[in-house]
Design a protein around this ligand. Structure first.
Ligand SMILES: [Zn+2]
Ligand SMILES: [Zn+2]
Length: 244
């Protein structure tokens, strides 16, 4: 089965280069899910797909540039007349953080409105959960502990897509990527070894430990963008589409 991957948002938290926050759409016949839905994702989604086509959202970790767009999407879909259910999955703390975001952003709407469609919330972990027609699992990675960081693995038929979320190098990251047809990896930095994000240089130094067929860089920060011509790996821009 061919999977289509669309990088709706390929930017970091600071939207360096004018890129939108993290949001990746995975689709195939009977499959439609987002990996992350950052704060600026709704306008970016509307550039690429009909939001109503999204059946599920899997969240890598609890930073605003990865989950902050969900309340906007829910409000928009309610007024758009959606009736199809929406599944949301992520770290254990996701429901509490979503309630806090909802009451900060649209307390009137979320307190008073009977939302037209069902929203289910699931904790993702090492065992696979069906989401949006795919089987999704989540493995811990090293980023900022309070954000409950996980890498995601998305299996559809015989295809496996792995996504680092935000992560610095650790053996856990190699476990996330293991066996993937496509590994989508954080590239916030080119050669700065930040405690929360892997650099491109470190990724290349560890390339032999990553058992995956193809790597595409996303979450590009200013340092990486300034040296984009030196990358020996593929990188996404907002709107990049590829087939796995
Ligand atoms: Zn981020
Ligand atoms: Zn983060």
């Amino acid at each position: 089965m061919a999977l289509r991957v669309t990088f709706i948002g390929s930017g970091n938290a600071f939207a360096d280069g004018g890129r939108s926050h993290a949001c990746i759409h995975v689709s195939a016949p009977g499959v439609s899910l987002l990996l992350d839905c950052g704060g600026s994702s709704l306008p970016a989604i509307k550039q690429e797909i009909d939001p109503e086509a999204i059946d599920a959202i899997a969240i890598s970790h609890l930073h605003g540039d990865h989950f902050g767009g969900i309340p906007y999407l829910v409000v928009e879909q309610h007024f758009a007349g959606r009736t199809a259910p929406l599944a949301v999955g992520g770290p254990r703390g996701l429901p509490e953080r979503l309630r806090a975001a909802e009451s900060a952003l649209y307390p009137d709407f979320f307190r008073k409105t009977k939302i037209r469609f069902a929203i289910s919330e699931t904790v993702l972990g090492a065992s696979e959960t069906e989401m949006g027609g795919a089987l999704v699992s989540a493995l811990p990675v090293k980023h900022v502990a309070e954000a409950e960081p996980h890498g995601l693995r998305v299996r559809v038929g015989d295809k496996l897509i792995a996504y680092s979320g935000d992560a610095t190098w650790s053996d856990e990251l190699a476990r996330v990527a293991k066996g993937a047809d496509l590994f989508i990896c954080d590239a916030s930095f080119f050669d700065t070894d930040d405690p929360s994000h892997i650099s491109y240089r470190t990724l290349m130094a560890q390339r032999d430990k990553l058992d995956c067929k193809r790597i595409v860089l996303t979450h590009l920060g200013a340092e990486t963008l300034a040296r984009i011509g030196e990358l020996d790996l593929e990188h996404a821009v907002d709107g990049t589409g590829l087939v796995v």
